[in-house]
Design a protein around this ligand. Structure first.
Ligand code: GRF
Length: 194
């Protein structure tokens, strides 16, 4: 099935913990009708996540759950998702690990972006480890979320060459640019299955 952009859009929620550059990028793509999704909800586990400012800027509903009691918060989130008919969850720099139960309820509909060429460098501090190990390449990956950290089926990946004088800052900026390209592309790719 091919979805024509603009006619058959699905509702999406984006989960963030930090800056939210991927969030804003996805919002812009959806507003420019380059992606057949409406971002209706922004979730965060932090009151002070910088990216929450995009809720105000783009008039999108935001919800904050601190995940102190994960099961309770996930129950509440599931209710909100249902009420808002959310069909796709994008994790964009979201630092909490969702439970198996939660993932099962949204099986095949939760995707994550990770700043490495998975399956290499799962988890945190990817750029530091990549540089320490003197890798020639790093990159970014969009993948489905399953119950193991950064381990679900890969949807799209982009390689980025490591430069001689690279630093964590320089490398992460170059990779982030690529993230902004592949996240929307990955969503387009999986649209027929949502
Ligand atoms: C990105 O590098 C993403 O791959 C990782 O967290 C970072 C989030 O950046 N999971 P931003 O908040 O979207 O700017």
């Amino acid at each position: 099935m091919v979805r024509s952009i603009g006619s058959d859009r699905i509702n999406a929620g984006v989960f963030i913990s930090g800056t939210g550059s991927n969030l804003e990028n996805l919002i812009k793509f959806s507003l420019n009708k380059k992606l057949p999704i409406n971002i209706n909800l922004i979730f965060s586990d932090k009151y002070n996540a910088k990216g929450l400012r995009f809720a105000k800027k783009y008039k999108i509903k935001k919800k904050i759950y601190l995940f102190k009691n994960k099961m309770n918060d996930e129950k509440k989130i599931l209710k909100v998702l249902k009420k808002n008919k959310i069909k796709l969850i994008c994790l964009a720099g979201f630092m909490k690990i969702l439970s198996k139960n939660f993932i099962k309820k949204f099986d095949g509909k939760i995707i994550n972006i990770h700043p490495s060429l998975l399956p290499k460098y799962k988890g945190l501090k990817t750029h530091e480890r990549v540089l320490q190990n003197k890798e020639k390449f790093s990159g970014c990956t969009v993948h489905y979320v399953n119950s193991k950290l950064d381990s679900g089926k890969i949807i799209l990946q982009k390689k980025v060459k490591i430069r001689k004088n690279d630093t964590v800052d320089k490398l992460s900026k170059r990779i982030l640019k690529q993230e902004h390209k592949i996240f929307p592309e990955a969503i387009k790719k999986i649209m027929p299955n949502l």
